[in-house]
Design a binder for this molecule. Structure first.
Ligand code: ATP
Ligand code: MG
Length: 418
């Protein structure tokens, strides 16, 4: 089962991961580098992290490495810490079907628990894609490949191991993973693997919201968000994770705003600039929020209340699908709230706004809205100039606004008060 493989470059292998494999092997256990890191090594890329598979049980692994911790509820794995680097060590696991009963499956075929140790072979077949089921023994410099994964990596193909439909039913997140890998590696999804995805998207509704939040981060915040978003649409998956977002695409420039936000996020990641999920969620949910706020206002709810209720409602509804930790929902509200304050620039307001801790995010968001086609009367350009000006220039810009006493502004004020 050993494949003759193009030599993996040792330069790309973490010495800490090698230490872990070595230690396990000299203690009499089987140990391999496995999963994404082997795939990436074959592709000549530097893996972002290293996973180790072994027949040693978690407690035994824990005992071998002082710098290690047992983690995980669903399946206990060991994290071996080397400064900031973590090498993840997992014990061979049986595919859910091998040793467990029907009762471990939900009606739809989803795995409810898979906490069963297994053999090397079982560990291979419980993995998702052939390209992720390659085991590398650094000592022998050999890749163990039971699923023709090397061939698929070379051909640039994403192929589920086993029957694609049952593998998607077992764990619907695999559909998102297929899309993510396609976006990231620019591989194709082999037709039999792609086939059930559109049909089974609805199963994502059964996935815990916290897990889907993690998947959202991996899809949209790792540098190829635009591509991942396009694929979510192509495979009809967006509606199962962002139903309100998907719905407003018919009547609002939702798609344009999201695309603009993701282009900006991808660019920032490429330039090693910080990014936040709050910004992504703020853009996915902006038009659902605007729609809800409008609806409330039409019912006579006042401006400020409508803002609060709409923000709360839209965020709460989204959290049924993907959780959004509180630290991000607060920032989303700030970004949204500032959209209504940025137009009001008289007196010392502009001066104060520009020092608001979320000003920059809100200003960036404003530009995206304009990019999406919202006509904001040149507001983005005004704020761009404002930031570039010295104090005198800033005063000029404020003075050039229609005065607070003008007809237009009084009318507007009246309207704002309701
Ligand atoms: P990345 O480079 O994004 O880390 P990865 O392939 O290493 O990619 P992980 O999420 O780190 O992905 O998972 C590690 C390995 O665990 C995978 O390569 C795969 O073998 C297995 N795996 C992960 N998630 C699943 C899943 N949902 N079903 C089956 N196997 C999985
Ligand atoms: Mg990984």
């Amino acid at each position: 089962m050993t494949e003759a493989v193009p030599q993996l470059s040792y330069d790309n292998i973490s010495t800490n991961a090698l230490k872990v494999v070595n230690r396990l092997a000299t203690s009499g256990y089987q140990a391999y580098l496995v999963g994404g890191c082997v795939r990436d090594l074959l592709l000549g890329k530097v893996p972002k992290d290293f996973d180790v598979a072994t027949d040693a049980h978690p407690e035994d692994v824990r005992g071998l490495f002082r710098n290690s911790r047992l983690i995980g509820k669903r399946f206990r794995i060991v994290h071996v810490h080397f400064g900031p680097e973590i090498v993840e060590v997992a014990t061979f696991r049986a595919p859910h079907t091998a040793r467990s009963h029907q009762s471990n499956h939900s009606d739809g075929g989803m795995i409810l628990s898979d906490n069963v140790f297994g053999t090397f072979e079982e560990d291979v077949f419980r993995r998702d894609f052939t390209m992720n089921a390659l085991y590398y023994d650094p000592e022998a410099d050999a890749i163990y490949d039971l699923v023709e994964g090397v061939k698929d990596v070379e051909a640039g193909q994403i192929r589920l191991i086993g029957n694609p439909e049952s593998r998607c039913r077992e764990d619907p997140v695999r559909m998102l993973r297929a899309i993510r890998f396609r976006a990231r590696l620019d591989f194709v999804i082999e037709p039999a693997t792609a086939e059930p995805i559109r049909r089974l998207g609805f199963l994502l509704q059964d996935i815990p919201a916290a897990r889907l939040f993690e998947e959202v981060l991996k899809l949209f915040m790792t540098g190829y968000g635009v591509r991942a978003y396009e694929l979510m649409l192509e495979y009809d998956l967006l509606a199962w994770m962002f139903p309100d977002t998907r719905r407003t695409m018919e009547s609002f420039p939702t798609g344009k705003l999201i695309r603009a936000a993701l282009v900006s996020t991808d660019n920032r990641i490429a330039a090693s600039m910080p990014v936040t999920p709050a910004f992504i969620f703020a853009s996915f949910l902006w038009y659902p929020f605007v729609e809800e706020k409008q609806r409330l206002e039409n019912e006579g709810v006042t401006n400020i209340e409508a803002f609060q209720i709409a923000a709360e409602t839209v965020i709460a509804r989204q959290q049924l699908f993907t959780s959004i930790p509180r630290r991000f929902t607060g920032m989303m509200r700030d970004i949204w709230n500032l959209q209504f304050r940025l137009p009001v620039r008289h007196g010392r307001r502009a001066e104060r706004l520009v020092t608001h801790k979320r000003f920059r995010a809100a200003y960036d968001f404003l530009l995206l809205r304009e990019e999406a086609g919202e006509d904001l009367n040149g507001l983005g350009k005004w704020w761009t100039e404002y930031q570039e000006c010295d104090e005198e220039g800033r005063r000029q810009l404020v003075r050039s606004l229609p005065g607070p006493g003008s007809q237009r502004s009084r009318r507007r004020k009246k309207k704002e008060r309701g």
